[in-house]
Design a protein around this ligand. Sequence first.
Ligand code: SAH
Length: 283
Amino acid sequence: MTESPTLPANDWPVLEPGWVWLCGAGPGDPGLLTLHALNALRQAEVVIYDALVDERILDWAPKAEKIYAGKRGGKPSSVQRDISLQLVDLARAGKRVLRLKGGDPFVFGRGGEEAQTLVQHGVPVRIIPGISAGIGGLAYAGIPVTHRDVNQSVTFITGHDQSGETPNTLDWASISRSSQVLVIYMGMKHIGQISAALLAAGRPASEPVAVVSDATTPRQRVLETTLGALEADLAASGLEPPAIVCVGRSVLMRQVLDWQGMARGEAPRNLDPLGRGKPAESA
Ligand code: SAH
């Protein structure tokens, strides 16, 4: 579906010349765009988009010049600075500028830095949130990011530190203790170090783990494994970034909630994977 849906009302915000709207495009599936994002695409004269933005989404910006600002796996911050200054220049030239980022612009996407630079240069901004891969991507794999029987909190983690290199600056011991479910972005490159750190911090080798690559796209793949087997199984799977890693028992829910598998005619593997032993709706 590349036709642009009609918006239900005509009182949507206007993308004025000289403004930059910083907008999340969701994890991939164009249907996961917000209506505000669609409204922005239809008005934009320039769209600057990231590597993780599904190109089908750009079809909904017929009037716009499209500029690719691909940044994959932690390129130097000078690149980031160039993008921010390019946004400033375009706004000052009186363009209606849409900065489109994968997922949510403020979740591990440097959206905060870009918006700050714009404001520092006197450029007016609007922020349009998006569905983050660590929530929506897991949902497409049948994994609820919170589940009453599993977790009262969830921790979103980046597998890269500021230099883009190692996750060593994180306090893995305290993260391990404090959160039943961990959702790791950009974790593929350092998965060996990450799983070793979690095991050393006391997470059991048998703990369920899922890796969801290209989530919400037609190329989505899911690996189900355990923390102890993660590194080897991931290498054997051939899964590639972008991928979300989810550590915790909520991964087991996929055995009953793999709705995409069920849509293909597969039977649920286990109607009660957490062993509640009673219908889920009884308290
Ligand atoms: N702002 C984005 C995250 C940017 S960091 C968001 O809110 O989703 C980039 C990381 O996001 C990737 O390395 C990967 O871990 C994750 N990611 C983004 N899109 C994804 C997708 N379709 N499938 C799996 N992981 C994805």
